[in-house]
Design a protein around this ligand. Sequence first.
Ligand SMILES: [Zn+2]
Length: 397
Amino acid sequence: MEQYKTIKLKINCNKTDLNKLFQCNRESALIWNECLKFNQLNYKDNKKLHTTRELVDYTKTIDVQTICANSKQIIGKKIFDAYNAISKARKVGRTDLNYPWKEKNFYPTEWSYQYLFPNYEKNEIRLTTSQYIGEDGKNHNGQQIRMKFKMKIPNNIKLLKLIYKNGFYAVISYLVEVEEREIISNNIASIDLGEIHAITSIDNNNNQLIITGRKIRSLKQFRNKKIAELTSKIDKCKNGSNQRKKYKKALNYLKAKTERQVMDCIHKLTRMYTNWAVEKGISAVYVGDVTNIELHVKSSKIVNQKLNQWDYGKILHYLEYKLGLEGIKLIKVNEAYSSQICPTCGEKTKPKGRVYKCSNCESEYHRDIVGAWNILNFNTDYNLKLPEANIKYLRIA
Ligand SMILES: [Zn+2]
């Protein structure tokens, strides 16, 4: 099994090449800006966005000196991906996210492996620049940019991204061969995703785990409070005033920061779950997939505070990835009504609050454990015993 890894290395090069690196990211920004306008225009005129193909073709018409055609095409694809991701997110209620609109002065240039040439002995990479028509009227390859590294460059490089942060760095994506793992065990678990308890899980040895999502909720609540404050300040400012610009900048910063913090939480809780699953020797996990349930966006306030389908999508994605690396399969299943069926008598009760109390036999359970238990019971042949309270609680610091 092959797996992508990335490494960030500081670039050393001579002054001529350094100028070329600046030029590359300046030209990439130009292409980004042009593609953005191209897309916006189409949306205005035809109410639709350009396809990847159209955007990539359009990049060919933009005249630049340094970056090669392939690097230009990558930007076209990136514009498409950026719009597409936002479009999908907005459909599941993330109306707070906007399409890219800002013009850039610099944009990271990328080279795919066919256009970069590593020298492992010298620890160098040469980058392809654009072709030019020489005095002989023929096409010539541009002079390559030569970069030196102090740290060892990896084998099997697939992509190099040029970023600037007090100096140029190469973010290198490369492939490594990792051992395929398969866990041989009869222990299977299930997960119920929830708003307050992000992950509730039970396995067929009756190990029960709850990882709370309270941290994410409080991050969102804090963000919403601040957004409200800033918005009212912005409304009081004159259009175009410096103060207004300052507040708007603060608003964007706040949104981006919360986004990063929420992602960090999602990474931590999926890591926690994976560690638990490894510790319990679990070989497969059934999860109730809530990401396709139609969302009724009645109040964006509610959507913005709780874990939503956007978050669930990310949680599922990272669970699949992290569990997969440990050889644990993640199987998505429909979870309709799973939290309503009584584990004792099988009758349906709509739970109120955190405790599940059956209206038929009066058994009492933890609500989320009922959901997870039902998912496990529906999808496996094990004749599970009724879940006794045996819950381990974890939360993200
Ligand atoms: Zn019952």
